[in-house]
Every structure is written in C-alpha cells, then in structure tokens.
Design a binder for this molecule. Sequence first.
Ligand SMILES: C[S@@+](CC[C@H](N)C(=O)[O-])C[C@H]1O[C@@H](n2cnc3c(N)ncnc32)[C@H](O)[C@@H]1O
Length: 211
Amino acid sequence: MAHDWLDRWREGRIGFHRDRPHPALVRHWPRLGIRPGTKVLVPLCGKSLDMRWLGQHDHPVLGIELAPEAIEQFVGEGTSEISRYRQDGFDICRQANVELWCGDFFHFHIQQAAEIGAFYDRAALIALPAPTRQRYAFHLAQLLPPGAAGLLISLTRTLDDGGPPYTVSSDEVRELFEPNFHVTHLEDGEPEAGSGFQESVWAMVRRGPID
Ligand SMILES: C[S@@+](CC[C@H](N)C(=O)[O-])C[C@H]1O[C@@H](n2cnc3c(N)ncnc32)[C@H](O)[C@@H]1O
C-alpha cells in the first residue's frame, strides 16, 4: 500500500490533487463554528491547498503525509520561510502556520495530538481499502478531544474498477463514525461526467463520554 502511494508521488500520478481550495471546504467550514486559532488535523494530506486555505483562516494546521515529495512540493509552492525538525520519529516541515509530518498516519499518537481541536478529511478515508477504513475512523477518534468538529468529504463512484479512490457509501460513513461522532450529512455533489465520481460532505463532532 505505502509503496503504491510513494510510487504515485515519484511518478507524478496525482490526479486527486486540486489546484484550488475545495469548494465544499470554503462553503461549509465557516458554518461549523470552529473558533479561529483551533488547530486542524489533516490526515493523509498530500499537498492539498486546503491546508493553505485553513492556515489563512487563522487555523494552525497539522498535516500528515507518507510521501516526502508531497511535502516538498507543498512548501516549494509556498513563499514563506521553511523550518525543519524531527520529533517522535517524524520529519516535520513547517511553513507559516502549516506543519507537515512525514510518515504513517497510524503511527501518529495521542501524545503528539495535544493541541488538536478540529479535523479535515478530503480524500483520506476514500484513499483506504475497507479494513483500513475501520482502523482509520477509530484512530481519528482517538486523536480528537470531545467536542472537536470536522468536515469529511467522501466519494462514491458508479464505475467501480477497484481503487483508490474507493467507493464509501453514506451507510458506511455512518457505520464507521457514528459510534464516536455526531454525524450530519451536509450535501451531495453532482456526479462527475465520465468517472461518475460523486462527493458527499459531512460535518462531524467528536462525542464525549456521555453523549
Ligand atoms: C487521495 S490522496 C489525497 C490527498 C489530499 N487529502 C488531497 O485532498 O489532495 C491520499 C494521500 O494519502 C497519502 N497516504 C496514504 N496512506 C497514508 C498513511 N497511512 N499515512 C499518511 N499518508 C498516507 C498518500 O500518499 C496520498 O498523498
């Protein structure tokens, strides 16, 4: 799995990357009630410009990404100063208020997540095969404090020739996340001509012990 992603980045096969912030992020994030200054976890972040958008909207960002190429390209395309350090087995690259941790999301643990208060998942859940999605939803929940909110963009496809991206139905999103999150369906996008890809947007809030 990991080597497939590393190969993709080395070979530039990154059709999932968007050259502008995702419209669902721009539309819905301001309505989630997440306070400016809240640190946002972005698992499987690639070199997404959504992180730049979050950073510009007063959110410190912590992205986690396997591929060093993605991180180098992200900071290379930015203009601010870059600093680098190593912590807990991750090489970290910081630019403005975005810090990118290079490594496996499943090796990132609660001790490292101390200041995180929100999350953003676009094309992270749907990049993972079914058994790993279960693990992902659980791991994400472990990293977030009660009350932490986030936005998740899932995807289904009519022509299912395997993945990634994988089809993740609305039922599956609910099954995976409802045990640990309050889950609200916000919208379904238009199916994309040709691929039949259709995105769904979800707001989530980490449950506490009694809700
Ligand atoms: C479909 S891409 C989405 C990237 C980004 N979220 C976006 O919207 O452009 C999935 C990314 O997850 C990374 N990835 C896959 N498995 C990972 C893991 N276990 N830990 C960290 N990153 C991972 C891949 O290298 C790839 O960049």
